[in-house]
Design a protein around this ligand. Structure first.
Ligand code: NAP
Length: 285
């Protein structure tokens, strides 16, 4: 089985390690923008060979893990090049733009739209590790548009990596993920920005930073090259989520200005139920 990875960073590299571990007969090929990234992926043992787009007619399986705006251009081109029985899976954090881009493609049935709810704040081939997807959820969108045999092939791979599968409409995926992932990242980036700006004048501030600060700003270490296109592609839902979040911040600020301790207490107490909601849900990125 010839498996091609277009994008061999955290996600593509971790998928390559899973394939090599669970399917020892597979030969893994990497395609990337920069040749130097492929050299690193080769040295790390993520891939067996460097490849180019012209090699895609040999592919049995293609994993696409590059920024979501680049995927919109790449996916139709990949479908043009692969053989009729091949499967293409993408891992992008937004799904609607990509599903729309290939809706009318003659090889639409060769494509499976997926989003692994797994990740870290690190990027590049060095960030990849075996086990990233274990006990995590793979969201699969518009599954009925993928050929049945190829659906089966993809699900058997994902479950062999220890993943649970959830099916969703692409529009519902983008709407819900705006709240649980995209808003959390913006909130972390802007918290980090606020504190960095303050720190310019008050150099002691980081001496006082505790584990609460560190865990809340962890996502602010994430790659802007990956997140800028995600926010832009999901702008409609992310703006709606931000408006609700800003309204909550404004309300809390007003309660504080009015020293309304009971109302502040109540808001925090109500929000404590997040413990029950998250209890039993494995925390991914
Ligand atoms: P990453 O570690 O930064 O790797 C990105 C890869 O894409 C690199 O191989 C890079 O190659 C290539 N690339 C960057 N810009 C490109 C462009 N404009 N055109 C073509 N290739 C480009 O990113 P990642 O975390 O693996 O994310 C990959 C995909 O997975 C994204 O679509 C993201 O939305 C999705 N995803 C990420 C996470 C997460 O937590 N990180 C979780 C779920 C899904 P070069 O080095 O050669 O430029």
């Amino acid at each position: 089985m010839k498996v091609f990875f277009i994008g061999i960073g955290l996600i593509g590299g971790s998928m390559a390690l899973e394939i090599k571990h669970k399917n020892p007969q597979a030969v893994c090929y990497g395609i990337s923008r920069q040749d130097e990234t492929l050299d690193r992926a080769l040295a790390l043992g993520l891939i067996d060979h460097k490849a180019v787009w012209e090699d895609l007619p040999q592919a049995d399986l293609v994993f696409l893990s590059i920024p979501v705006d680049a995927s919109v251009n790449a996916l139709p081109r990949i479908l043009d090049l692969i053989p009729d029985q091949s499967l293409v899976v993408d891992a992008g954090s937004t799904k609607q733009a990509l599903c729309t881009a290939v809706a009318q493609h003659p090889k639409r049935r060769n494509y499976l739209a997926a989003h692994p709810i797994a990740g870290t704040e690190f990027s590049g081939p060095e960030a990849a590790f075996l086990g990233l997807f274990d006990q995590k959820t793979m969201i699969v969108c518009e599954v009925e548009k993928t050929a049945f045999k190829l659906q089966e092939k993809a699900m058997s791979l994902f479950t062999s990596w220890g993943m649970r599968i959830r099916y969703m409409d692409a529009a519902a995926h983008d709407k819900h993920i705006a709240y649980v992932s995209h808003l959390s990242h913006i909130s972390s980036f802007m918290l980090g920005k606020t504190v960095i700006e303050k720190e310019k004048n008050e150099s002691d501030i980081f001496d006082m930073a505790g584990s609460g600060f560190e865990s809340t700003v962890r996502l602010a270490k994430s790659s802007p090259a990956m997140w800028t296109p995600i926010f832009d592609q999901n702008k409609q839902h992310v703006v709606a989520a931000l408006e609700e979040y800003i309204a909550n911040l404004e309300e809390f600020k007003s309660l504080l200005e009015a020293s309304d301790r009971d109302a502040m207490y109540q808001q925090m107490s109500d929000t404590n139920k997040i413990k029950e909601i998250l209890n039993g849900i494995p925390l991914n990125k």
